[in-house]
Design a binder for this molecule. Structure first.
Ligand code: PLP
Length: 383
C-alpha cells in the first residue's frame, strides 16, 4: 500500500522519546529543540493586526517582497552575504521546507549526499525521501565535533551531489571557525561541490564566539545554499517560517516547486517575521544570556554525574554528553532515564550515522527551574 519512498524513512528518534513520555504526567522534557520562551508580544501583535486587517489570502510563491528585502538586508548586515531579494531569496515553511526544497531541486535517486555525523535526524530522512543515498562524514569528539575537511574529502565519490553543513550544530553544539571553513572552502572549490549551509542556531553562540557563513567567504556564494529561519533565534518555532538564499537558477526551480508543495506562506506571519528581523536584538541577547546561564548549570551538573563526560558547547542549546563508560546503548540509557526518572532526553543514536551512539542529547533551552529539577532527578540515579 505504501510508497517505497515512505518505507525507506525511519521515524525520528527524538519524536519517539517525546511520544513515549506522554505516559508520565510529571515528565520533565529535555528532548525537543525548542526555545523555552514564547514569541514576544510586539511580534505577535504585528501578525495579529495584519490578520484583523484582512491579510488572509494567498501570497506570492517566493514570499512577500518586503520580507525578502528584509532578509537580504539581514544577510548582508549580519552574514556578509549579498543577495538579490527578487531572485535569490525564497521564504519557506521553516528551515525544514527549505532543506526539503534543496533535496527536491538537486538530488536525483542514487545521488550521494554527505552529512556530518552526528546530525539532526531530519536531514537523513529527507535524503531518503528523495531517493538519495546518505553518506556520513564523521566528526570526532577530540575535535569538539567540528567537521574536518579531510573527513569530508574521504567520502567524496563521483556520485556526490551535495554536502550538508550545520554550524552551530544540532546535536553537538559544535561551531565551525573561519579557519575550518577556509579548509572546507578550498575543498569545495577543488571538487566543485554544492553545499547546503543550515544555520538556524547562528545567534545562539556564547563566550564571544561568532558564527561565520560559508557563503560569505571569497568566491563561495555560488557554491552555497544558505538556509535559516525565525524558529530558534526569535522563539518562533510554531510560526513555521524560514528562508533560503542561493544562486538565482536554483531559487527559480525552488519557487516553481513551492507551488505544488505548499504554495505560499501566510502573509500575516511573514509581516510578523519582518518586524522580528529588525526589532529583536535586545530580546535575542536576553534569551542567549538565559541559554548560557542554563548551559553553565547543566554541563557541570552532568560532569559531576557518574558515567557522564560532557564538553562545553560553544553554541546552540544542546549538551551532548559522552556516556560510553556505562557500556549500554544510548537508547537503553535514555529509556531508563525516562522510565525511572520521568526525564525525557534524546539518545545519541537518534542523530544518524554512528558517532552519536555513546552519547545523549539534552536541551537546555527550557526554564531554569524545570531543567534543575530534571538534573536533580538524574543526579540521584547517576552518583
Ligand atoms: N535545522 C536544524 C539543525 C534544526 O535543529 C532544526 C530544528 O530543530 C531545523 C533545521 C528546522 O527548523 P524549522 O523549525 O525552522 O523548520
Amino acid at each position: 500500500m505504501f510508497s517505497d519512498r515512505v518505507k525507506a524513512v525511519a521515524p525520528s528518534g527524538i519524536r519517539a522519546m517525546f511520544d513515549k513520555a506522554k505516559a508520565f504526567d510529571d515528565a520533565l522534557y529535555l528532548c525537543l529543540g525548542e526555545p523555552g520562551f514564547v514569541t514576544t508580544a510586539d511580534v505577535c501583535r504585528v501578525a495579529a493586526d495584519a490578520l484583523m486587517a484582512g491579510d488572509t489570502r494567498y501570497t506570492p510563491n517566493p514570499g512577500l517582497y518586503a520580507l525578502r528585502e528584509g532578509v537580504a538586508e539581514k544577510l548582508w548586515r549580519e552574514n556578509g552575504i549579498k543577495a538579490d531579494p527578487d531572485r535569490e531569496i525564497l521564504i519557506t515553511v521553516g528551515a525544514t521546507e527549505a532543506l526539503f526544497l534543496t533535496m527536491m531541486t538537486l538530488v536525483n535517486p542514487g545521488d550521494e549526499v554527505i552529512y556530518t555525523d552526528p546530525c539532526w535526524t531530519n536531514y537523513v530522512q529527507q535524503i531518503e525521501l528523495v531517493g538519495g543515498r546518505p553518506v556520513a562524514a564523521k566528526t570526532r569528539e577530540e575535535d569538539a565535533f567540528r567537521i574536518r575537511a579531510s573527513a569530508i574529502e574521504e567520502v567524496i565519490t563521483d556520485k556526490t551531489k551535495l554536502l550538508m553543513l550545520n554550524s552551530p550544530c544540532n546535536p553537538t553544539g559544535a561551531l565551525l571557525t573561519r579557519a575550518d571553513y577556509e579548509d572546507i572552502a578550498a575543498l569545495v572549490k577543488k571538487r566543485g561541490l554544492m553545499v547546503l549551509c543550515d544555520e538556524p542556531y547562528e545567534k545562539i553562540v556564547f563566550d564571544g564566539a561568532k558564527h561565520v557563513s560559508l557563503a560569505s567567504l571569497p568566491g563561495m556564494a555560488d557554491f552555497c545554499i544558505t538556509i535559516n529561519c525565525f524558529s530558534k533565534s526569535y522563539a518562533m518555532t510554531g510560526w513555521r517560517v524560514g528562508y533560503v538564499c542561493a544562486h538565482r537558477d536554483i531559487i527559480a526551480q525552488m519557487v516553481k516547486i513551492q507551488e505544488p508543495i505548499c504554495s505560499c506562506i501566510s502573509g500575516a506571519l511573514q509581516k510578523g517575521c519582518l518586524y522580528a528581523l529588525t526589532h529583536s536584538d535586545e530580546r535575542v541577547a536576553e534569551m542567549v544570556a538565559h541559554y548560557k546561564k542554563n548551559r553553565d548549570i547543566m554541563v557541570p551538573a552532568l560532569n559531576s554525574m557518574k558515567g557522564f563526560s560532557c564538553l562545553v558547547p560553544p553554541a546552540t542549546f544542546y549538551a551532548f554528553p559522552n556516556i560510553e563508560s556505562m557500556g549500554k546503548p544510548s537508547q537503553q540509557v535514555a529509556d531508563e532515564i525516562l522510565e525511572e526518572l520521568h526525564v525525557v532526553v534524546s539518545p545519541g543514536s537518534a542523530f544518524c550515522g554512528t558517532v552519536g551512539e555513546g552519547h545523549l542529547r539534552l536541551c537546555f533551552a527550557s526554564d531554569t527551574d524545570s531543567m534543575e529539577r530534571a538534573l536533580e532527578r538524574m543526579a540521584k540515579k547517576f552518583r
